[in-house]
Design a protein around this ligand. Structure first.
Ligand SMILES: [Zn+2]
Length: 203
């Protein structure tokens, strides 16, 4: 049995189930909550429930949102004919936070994974095809992760999209050596991609 009172043990156990939080951090967070005033605990509990009640998926891009369609899909300035396809909401948030992309997104909610029984019909692929003509899309950027499954999904989509619209520009994000990286620690696949997606710098 634990050394803490039962209700505190229970809270520590709940926190330790969260991703990236081990027993030690969970204990620290739980003790912090215990020391905080009642308002703090109440607003934390309220936020937890609110996020489950209010957040839904945008029915156009399948991104997380409070309102449907999401602010990005309803922003006319972002209807520039470009869609960036990502695996999950976290990837979309990362690109959006970087503030470098001004088009719209499409969240697949996974990648093709035959071993786990995940096929095209399990992802938001049909919904992506519908958007092409509806939104006058001219370029699709495939930004799935550089994993075996992410690559296979990008390859599958590239083929499907070019069959659907021969004039569509289909791009894959450049994969390779990260900023601050060191060539001697890169794996073969990364180096292969880095060399393969090289670009000329003298023109
Ligand atoms: Zn949206």
């Amino acid at each position: 049995m634990g050394i803490y009172p039962k209700s505190l043990e229970k809270l520590i156990k709940q926190f330790s189930r969260l991703p990236g939080i081990g027993q030690k951090s969970a204990t620290r967070v739980a003790l912090y909550v215990l020391r905080s005033n009642r308002e703090m605990a109440e607003s934390l509990a309220k936020s937890l429930i609110e996020v489950k009640e209010k957040i839904k998926f945008c029915s156009t891009c399948f991104n997380l949102t409070d309102d449907d369609p999401c602010p990005i899909c309803s922003d006319e300035n972002r209807s520039n004919g470009t869609i960036c396809v990502v695996e999950g909401p976290g990837d979309q948030l990362a690109i959006e936070e970087a503030g470098i992309f001004k088009g719209r997104y499409h969240v697949l909610h996974g990648v093709l994974s035959p071993l786990n029984g995940i096929g095209p019909e399990d992802l938001k692929i049909g919904e992506l095809l519908v958007r092409l003509s509806k939104e006058g899309i001219k370029e699709v950027i495939l930004a799935t992760n550089p994993t075996t499954e992410g690559e296979a999904t990008a390859f599958f989509l590239a083929k499907l999209l070019s069959e659907k619209d021969g004039k569509l520009k289909i791009a894959r994000i450049a994969l390779g050596v990260p900023m601050g990286g060191d060539l001697k620690y890169m794996d073969r696949m990364t180096l292969e991609h880095a060399l393969g997606s090289r670009r000329l710098i003298n023109q």
